[in-house]
Design a protein around this ligand. Sequence first.
Ligand code: ZN
Length: 127
Amino acid sequence: MNMLRTDKRACQACGNPIQGRADKKFCNDYCRNHFNNDLKSRDTYNPLIRSINNSLQRNRKILAGILEQKGESAKTSRDSLLRQGFHFKYLTHIRTSKNGRLYYYCYEYGYLPLEKDSFLIVKKKEE
Ligand SMILES: [Zn+2]
């Protein structure tokens, strides 16, 4: 990676020049905390982000709830998921299994679409 290095770097929180290491972004801990808290609260109050986060967490809870009742993996239907408020358009990532099947994940819980609108629910194993 080509890092841009200048002698006059400005603190990302207060804009004052920074002394010291080339990779420093803030003049002190106060500025770093201030900046990070600010970012966090901006994200938390952004309605779009909040609504997507809620949907992702609801999805995760629904998948977790199904596995809690049924063990390591479980089959369920699209209707059952929809009835519980599952939003298929929200997922965190997709994994491809060795045999080329796509698993759709909400955090550590995932589902594999099967035939006839049913799904296999799985939990990602610790790595
Ligand atoms: Zn500062």
